[in-house]
Write a protein that binds this ligand. Structure first.
Ligand code: ZN
Length: 237
């Protein structure tokens, strides 16, 4: 999260707005994503209306093209998250009928428009929006986020990387482990460096996270601690 924030800071002029995501919530999202494999999950998120962005941080990360009033909930820390659906890359965006019928009018669209922000996962694929993601984002009042995870064992989802777009990694890129082995093996598999091991036993090699508005423009994500300060704050320059 420290290196992610460093990159957010270094590229602040590429964004028109920022959003502050608590680190403990981010950890929860990664864990939920792994528990739901091989499915994608859709997570609805609300702001904490009592927790505006720390102004010192907001100003430090503000870029030259900063714009006020871009989306609902702008200027507030993300407060809570709930899993609302799981499925494949298409169905995950469409909530079950009973969910939308009982609680919301159908005029609010496929995602029922209950939450301010939405996040969905890309198991073994980069965090870059597909056409279906762009469509679903049209009903979002806040921002849409994508969490991409590269992990092993891959199961039915080998890493898929044939996508154009800007990648934002949490930690380093997945790199092959250098081995000293000299003998040739016919079962050679590329071993990747491991960022961490999930309670499910999955080795995590790479994590990506982006946020964007329905017009496709990126929103700068900053991972904050319980006091609203970014991880690595003291070393930002
Ligand atoms: Zn997607």
């Amino acid at each position: 999260m420290v290196t992610y924030n460093q990159e957010s800071y270094a590229s602040k002029d590429a964004y028109t707005a920022q959003i502050h995501l608590p680190g403990h919530l981010f950890e929860k999202l990664v864990w939920w994503a792994l528990q739901a494999l091989p499915d994608e999950i859709l997570v609805g998120m609300d702001i904490n209306s009592e927790a505006p962005h720390n102004q010192e941080v907001e100003l430090k990360f503000r870029g030259s093209e900063h714009t006020e009033g871009l989306f609902q909930g702008q200027g507030f820390i993300i407060g809570e998250a709930h899993i609302v659906n799981r499925g494949d890359s298409y169905s995950v965006h469409h909530l079950p009928e009973d969910w939308t019928d009982d609680m919301f009018s159908t005029s609010r669209g496929s995602r029922a428009g209950r939450f301010t922000h939405w996040l969905h996962t890309h198991p073994n694929a980069p965090a870059i929006p597909s056409h279906a993601d762009a469509d679903a984002a049209q009903e979002t009042s806040g921002v849409d986020m994508i969490l991409g995870l590269r992990f092993s064992p891959e199961g039915p989802l080998p890493w898929f990387d044939d996508v154009e777009g800007v990648r934002r990694r949490v930690g380093s890129k997945a790199e092959p482990v250098k081995t000293k082995r000299k003998r040739r093996s016919f079962f050679a598999r590329q071993e990747l460096k491991t960022l961490g091991v999930a309670p499910s036993g999955h080795k995590i090699h790479e994590i990506q996270l982006i946020a964007f508005r329905k017009n496709g423009l990126g929103i700068n994500v900053i991972m904050v601690d319980q006091n609203g300060y970014p991880y690595g704050w003291e070393n930002l320059s």
